[in-house]
Structure formats: C-alpha cells, structure tokens
Design a protein around this ligand. Structure first.
Ligand SMILES: Nc1nc2c(c(=O)[nH]1)N[C@H]1C(S)=C(S)[C@@H](COP(=O)(O)OP(=O)(O)OC[C@H]3O[C@@H](n4cnc5c(=O)[nH]c(N)nc54)[C@H](O)[C@@H]3O)O[C@H]1N2
Ligand SMILES: Nc1nc2c(c(=O)[nH]1)N[C@H]1C(S)=C(S)[C@@H](COP(=O)(O)OP(=O)(O)OC[C@H]3O[C@@H](n4cnc5c(=O)[nH]c(N)nc54)[C@H](O)[C@@H]3O)O[C@H]1N2
Ligand SMILES: [Mo]
Length: 777
C-alpha cells in the first residue's frame, strides 16, 4: 500500500498553532483511516466518561466542562490505531523480510493493523501463521530452557493499561527476574530519580486545577503544540488572565507563541488568536541547569539586600526551616558558581536571567513544567534537582497553583511504573508482592534499556519480549541495537501495528497482534474496561468503542495470561481466570499497591480518582523525612574522555551539537506523514536544521545533502547519510533532526548520570558532504 507523500518544501509557518490547520489535518487522518463512519464515533468518545482514554499523550483531562477533550494529534492517534487496513497472512506470504526491511517506518505502519499471530523461524525469509496456543508454548519452552530467568527481558511501552502492566510484572517476577526495561528509561526516568531523592516521590506534585491558580508557569524543554496540544488551552488562559508564562526553548516553537482554539467558532472565523507566552528564552542545549542556577543566584543576592534593608526577601525562610535539609550547602554551591560560568553555560545574557529571576521572585504561585529537553541530557538528574531546589527556595511545592510538573509522554507511562514496571523496584513493593502471592520475588535489580542492549550484545539475554513499543527504533545506536536483537534466540512483539522491531528479529520471532485502546475488549464475563493514570495522578477507566478488525486479535492481559499459564501453570495465580473479568486483576492491585484500596469501587467516580501525592501534601518520604536541597556543580555536557578525543582531533572538533526531536506528524517511532507543519517542512523527514551562519562557516549551502557523523570516545563510525540542510531559526552552534531517523548517531554509552537515559538532546556531530546517491530535492 503506497503512502501519501507531498513534495519536499520548506516555508516558515505564519499562522497560529491549532486553528484551521489542525482541523484540515484531522479531516485528512480521519478520511485516510478507511473507516470514517466508525471512527467518528471513536473520536467523539475520546476522553469522555464511559469512553476511552486517548492513546496519545499523558496530559490530564480537563475537570471543567467546555475545555478541549481531544486534539489534532489525539485524533490522529485514534484514526491511526482504528485503521480499516489490515496486515494478514497473505501480506506476509507476499512480502519477504528483506523486502519489508527496505521499506521506511512510515510505510510499515501504514499497512494497517496486525490481524493474526505469526512466527518466523529462520527456515525461510517469511513469517507464517501460528495458532495462539502454539505461540504460547513456543515462548514457554524458550523461557523454561534458559539457564537463568535473568536471560530474558520483558520490555514495556507506555500504552499498556494498568491491568496489563500489573499482570506482566507479576509474571516476569514470578518467573524470576526484574528485567523489566521500559520506554520510561528513555523518557522521564531522570524526573523519577531526581524527584525521589529530593522530595520523596517520583511524580509531579501539581493537579490540573493548579494551572488555573498559578501566577507564573515555566515551560522548559517541551513542545506542547505538537506533543501535548491540550496543554495549549490552560497556557493561553493563563496568559489571558494576566499570569506570566515563560518559555525556555532554543527553538521558537509555534505552539508556544500563538494559538487559535479549534473549538472557539468566533476565533476561528475572525482569525483571532491568543498569545501563548509572556517571555521566550532560548538557552543552549543542556544549558537549563545554569539558567536555573542564575535565577537562584539572583534570589540569594536579593535576599541579602532585603535583609540588610530590614525587609522580607524573596526566600520562604519559614518553609525552608520547617521542611528542608541542606539549604546552606546549596547556597554555598550557588555562591561559588561564577556569573561567567552561568552565562556561558546557559547561553542566555545576564539581563535575560535577571528578567526571569524578577518574574520568578514576584510570583506567589509558580508551576515549573518540563519534558524531553530537560530529561535527555547527561546531567538531567542534576538539572531536575536544581529546578526542585529553586522551587523549595520559595516554598513552591505543596501549595495551590504551584509545584513541579514533569509532563509525561505515553498515555499510561506513569501508571505502568505505579503498577511495578520497574527494573529497580523498591523493597516495600516486593515485600507486598511476596506477602500477597506467598512466594519469593527476585531482589536483584534488573536491566534498564541501555543495560538490556548491552546484555543482548554480549549474549547474556537470549529472549526478548516487548509489550508494545518499537524497541529497534526507539533505542539509541541503531546499528548496535539491531545486532543486539539479532543476537537473541527469540524475540516476541505484542503489537498493534507492523514496525521495524518485527523485522529485526532473533533467530526466531513472534508477532502477537493485540487490541488497542479504541477496540472493544470482550472477555467471557462481557466487555472489559481497563484503567490508566495521567500526568496528574488521576486514575480512570477506559472503554474500547470499536469492533476489532479481526477476531484473531487478543487483549494484552489475555496474551500475558496465555504466556504465563504456559510457562508457570497456575503459579502464583490462576492467570486465565483473572482475565475473564479484569475486576479480578484490580482486586490484586488493591491488595498490593498503596492508594488503590477499594479500586473497583473508586472507579465508579466520574472522571476517576486522584492518587494522593505525598510531596503535594508536604509530606517528604525521603530517607531523612525532609525536602532536600541537592547540590551539584555545573557539569560538562560530555564526558571528559569525549572532550579529550574531540580536542585531540583539532580541526575535527564538533561542528555542531545536535538534538533529536519529534515532528508534528509522528507519535514517537510511528510516522503519520512526512510533514512538520509548524516548522514549515513538507515531504521530507531526513532534514538537518541549522543556523545559516553555521552552514556557511562549515562550507555548505542551504538544501545541500550531507552525512552526519557523531563524535564519541570510541572508534565506532556512527553516521547517517543524505540529510538535507535547512537554514533555520536556531541558535548558532546547534542543530536539530528528527527521531528516530537520527538515532544511529546516539552512542549507547552516552546516557544520563543516574538515569541511564540516552542523551538524545545532546550529540556532538560533524558534517560531511553526502556520500549518498544524489537526490533531487
Ligand atoms: N503528537 C505526539 N505527541 C506526543 C509524542 C509524539 O511523538 N507525538 N510523544 C509522547 C512522548 S513519549 C513524550 S516523552 C512527549 C515528548 O514531548 P516533548 O518533550 O515536547 O518532545 P520533543 O519533540 O522531544 O521536544 C523537546 C522540546 O525540547 C526542546 N529542547 C531540546 N533540547 C533542549 C534543551 O537542552 N533545553 C531546552 N530548554 N529545550 C530543549 C526542543 O526544542 C523541543 O521543543 O510527547 C508525548 N506526546
Ligand atoms: N533519538 C531519540 N530517541 C528517543 C526519543 C527522542 O526524543 N529522541 N524519545 C524517547 C521516548 S520519550 C520514548 S517514550 C521512546 C518510545 O519508545 P516506544 O514506546 O518503544 O515506541 P513507540 O514508537 O511509541 O511504539 C510504537 C509501536 O507500539 C505499538 N503499539 C501502539 N499502540 C499499542 C498498544 O495499545 N498496545 C501494544 N501492545 N502495542 C501498541 C505499535 O506496534 C507501534 O508500532 O522513544 C525514545 N527514543
Ligand atoms: Mo516518552
């Protein structure tokens, strides 16, 4: 099936975000789904009570009527999942693996929903059909034959429901391993690690209502116009009521500048639009920690000045005194950091930092939001702790309209972690499992994504099972990751759509087609609901609405139960009995996980229920029972070994620093089309955005084809070929390219300190004239 592609063009986008452009794009996604009448019903049920939770992002549902409940990119996600196109046995019989591998990621998913279980055993180049029972037996035999349970890895992507996630981790642990890497390892891991040490919870402390009460909102390293479009409404409302909205982003993202609400007929018809920010700062990549430190340094200075004048300063000393530890140490570290260092690391001028600090010091209720621009760096944990330190200085945690807000990605990534998808689970969680299921649970930490790839490369992991996601493409160092997967004995993917992880296989491979969020999930007791948790810790039910495309698809809980039953029998639970009625799974969750007592009854509340956030209540579940100021020196963004190597190469120093990001037409590795509307690009994803002066300085020209080579301390040649240079409004020294096309450039060893998250937002690169066959663009 050919994919629709526009001609390559670059023309900066002049219109506001959302508006008519969004409506046109929704109409296109809807009609292209092949089942518009069925899907209209689905779109109307998105995020409604009794409907299903949007499979797009993890932004929470508006508690107030009249606010946006679904958005352009939510509609795209729904129509993409609820495609009328199917990938069946005839498709696999007529497409050999090498031919499929030659297709791009857009083409692969465009073929439609996976409709029946398939197996590949290396005897030919083709997948062939297999029955569900034979597939379960094949997996069970492979698992039982391993010398140790730690030779298997159980990956999860953040769309899995709470019910699926709970069963999956229970199965992995009952089988004997904590090898539960997940997409969060590449995403908000740093937020969890940092916040847990600082304030005793890994989750954000704000609720949706806090956005209505905030006097200032900082949006750092996040592009909500594309990735969390429903966030645009509360942000534009905040600006309209006079709150300060400060953006920190090296790129001028359209969704953070101007917005036209598609639901507002008057605005749409009159061309009206709303401002999205009151100030826009463009820091260096990885410079945010220095930005925050600069603001803190001003606060300390102004505090001293106020005290000398006998006035109250900006710091909330009473809060610090009552709730915090290590304040003096933090103050000392900030004072020891010079303004020169702060300015040069941050990429902002001193007067910009002062302006931001003024706004911060005046606001009585400040929310700080962040996403991948903060979490995908080497020093992400330190940066998030610096953000937390700043908020603690003014007592901005646990008060209305204020707090810390890591904006999560996948729609249930937060819930999956709550359910125990964690390679490094806490002792109390394991204790609770042991008590409830009366069997020992593994205590050694398992592998995260980076360690799983290393283990597969070295042959220490032999069986890989993926509950959703696209491990082959979402991970760093693509060539090595592909070798790692190929090194396995068996790779199993539980998926809705065809992707590269089905094609980069172990010696044997299985494709197990599952139901998605939009599909009706019929079990013996009737249609089932599943539950999810959003970024604001609200848990609610989701009911599929559409008849599945094929009778051969199974739900994720049913597939996990099938594998578990074949591997472990009824130990420690009657797996197949549980999935007859998901309320039975929720009863187990209620017994094990704090906050879920009486789970089934609580779900009856319209809109769901709120899992309390301890830090939001100013209860600090840290070791010392305090909110901790955690001090770090401003770190170099690359390890010394890399700096030494780049330095030694003299003229071959890094040309630019690259960040990898999402276009408006993709959901992670799912590519909906080749356009990026707000950045003005159509028809091409293999582009490199760079500043005009840099392009000329390096001896290239606008629209020239280049190869991009990344620089690291080892001798691996990491390169992508044939990228088109685009002169772009980007700070000098920086470049940007799309994920996953640029993933081959991210070295596996380049990850965050303490988070193991690949540094997808900071890659030193060099450009070369392209060695790829010339294309006319
Ligand atoms: N439609 C759609 N929605 C999605 C997704 C999707 O792919 N498509 N993905 C989902 C997932 S899993 C996630 S995690 C989220 C991701 O949501 P985002 O974090 O918004 O995603 P990115 O495209 O990675 O954008 C990062 C932004 O950070 C900026 N940035 C990069 N480096 C830095 C830096 O060092 N400092 C600062 N201040 N800014 C920086 C970039 O310019 C860009 O605007 O979205 C979720 N929602
Ligand atoms: N260079 C670079 N790399 C990155 C990032 C980056 O910014 N830059 N971002 C990282 C981030 S934030 C994340 S979260 C990861 C994402 O990593 P993943 O979560 O592994 O990747 P996705 O692209 O979201 O997975 C898409 C696939 O999931 C399957 N799928 C979709 N819906 C369902 C469902 O309901 N059930 C099941 N079982 N399967 C389903 C489909 O088959 C689809 O092909 O990528 C990370 N990788
Ligand atoms: Mo993510």
């Amino acid at each position: 099936m050919k994919t629709p592609v526009d001609r390559f063009r670059f023309r900066p986008y002049q219109r506001p975000a959302a508006g008519w452009g969004a409506l046109r794009s929704v109409a296109h996604a809807w009609l292209d789904s092949r089942q518009p009448f069925k899907n209209l019903r689905a779109m109307l049920q998105t995020n409604q009570n009794g409907g299903f939770d949007c499979p797009g992002c993890a932004w929470g549902e508006a508690p107030k009527e009249g606010r946006i409940r679904f958005c352009e990119n939510g509609a795209k996600a729904v129509n993409w999942e609820a495609s009328g196109r199917g990938v069946d046995r005839e498709f696999f019989a007529s497409n050999a693996l090498p031919d499929l591998l030659a297709q791009d990621d857009y083409w692969l998913e465009y073929q439609g929903r996976l409709t029946e279980p398939m197996v590949y055993d290396g005897s030919s180049n083709f997948y062939r059909p297999i029955s569900w029972e034979d597939a379960f037996t094949l997996i069970a035999d492979a698992l039982k034959q391993l010398a140790s349970p730690d030779q298997a890895a159980f990956y999860t992507s953040g769309r899995a429901s709470n019910e699926a996630a709970f069963l999956y981790q229970l199965f992995a642990r009952s089988y004997g391993t904590n090898n539960l890497p997940d997409c969060s390892n590449m995403c908000h891991e740093a937020s969890g690690v940092a916040l847990k040490a600082s304030i005793g919870t890994g989750k954000g402390t704000v609720t949706y209502e806090d956005f209505d009460k905030a006097e200032a909102i900082f949006v750092i390293g996040q592009n909500p116009g594309t990735n969390h479009p429903r966030m645009l409404e509360p942000l534009s409302e905040a600006v309209a009521r006079g709150a300060q909205v400060l953006v920190f982003n090296p790129l001028r993202e359209r969704g953070l500048e101007r917005f036209q609400a598609p639901q507002n007929a008057l605005q749409m018809l009159t061309g009206g639009e709303l401002a999205m920010n009151t100030d826009y700062f463009r820091p260096s990549l990885g410079g945010d920690m220095a930005v925050i430190r600069g603001i803190a340094k001003f606060l300390f200075q102004w505090q001293d000045e106020a005290e000398q004048a006998g006035e109250a300063g900006p710091l909330d000393l009473a809060f610090i005194q009552e709730h915090c530890a290590d304040y003096e140490a933090y103050r000392a570290v900030v004072e020891a950091t010079s303004w020169d260092e702060i300015v040069s690391y941050s990429g902002l001028a001193l007067d910009e930092l002062e302006r931001a600090a003024h706004i911060y010091s005046r606001s009585k209720a400040t929310i700080i939001c962040w996403a991948m621009g903060i979490t995908q760096h080497r020093h992400s944990v330190a940066t998030i702790q610096e953000i937390t330190n700043l908020q603690l200085l003014r007592g901005q945690v646990g008060r209305p309209g204020a707090g810390l807000c890591p904006v999560r990605g996948h729609s249930n990534v937060q819930g999956d972690r709550t359910m125990g998808i964690d390679d490094n689970p806490s002792a109390p969680f394991l204790d609770a499992l042991e008590k409830r299921f009366e069997m020992p649970m593994p205590r050694d930490a398992g592998v995260n994504v980076v360690k799983a790839i290393e283990a597969m490369l070295e042959g220490r992991i032999q069986v890989f099972i993926g509950l959703g996601g696209n491990f082959a493409q979402a991970t760093p160092d693509t060539e090595r990751t592909h070798s790692a997967l190929r090194n396995c004995d068996l790779t199993v993917q539980i998926s809705t759509k065809l992707n590269r992880s089905h094609l980069v296989t172990g010696k044997r491979a299985l494709i197990l087609p599952c139901l998605g969020r939009t599909d009706i999930d019929m079990q013996t007791s009737g249609a089932q609901a599943v539950t999810v948790e959003d970024s604001f810790s609200m848990v609610h039910a989701s009911f599929g609405q559409l008849k599945p495309l094929s009778k051969e698809m199974r739900s994720e809980p049913a597939i996990i139960a099938g594998i578990a039953q074949a591997t472990l029998g009824e130990r420690p639970v009657a797996w197949l009995h549980l999935v007859e009625e998901y309320g039975r799974i929720r009863e187990l969750v209620a017994d094990v996980i704090p906050g879920f007592e009486d789970f089934n009854r609580k779900l009856e509340t319209p809109g769901g229920f709120y899992l309390q956030n301890s830090a939001g209540l100013r209860q600090w579940k840290t070791e010392n029972g305090k909110a901790n100021f955690v001090s770090h020196t401003l770190p170099a963004p690359l390890p010394q070994a890399v700096l030494d190597k780049i330095g030694k190469e003299g003229a071959r120093k890094a040309d630019l620093v690259l960040q990898t990001l999402r276009s408006h037409d993709q959901y992670n590795t799912t590519v909906y089309g080749l356009n990026d509307r707000y950045r003005g690009v159509t028809g091409n994803r293999r582009v490199l955005f760079a500043h005009k002066d840099d392009i000329h300085r390096l001896g290239f020209a606008d629209r020239q084809l280049v190869d991009i080579v990344s620089l690291w301390s080892d001798d691996v040649d990491r390169r992508v070929q044939g990228f088109t240079l685009i002169e772009f409004d980007i700070p000098k020294g920086q470049a940007a390219a799309y994920y996953p096309e640029a993933n081959p450039l991210v070295p596996l060893e380049s990850y965050g300190i303490g988070s193991f998250t690949p540094t997808s937002k900071y890659i030193a690169i060099r450009l070369e004239p392209s060695s790829a066959p010339q294309r006319i663009v």
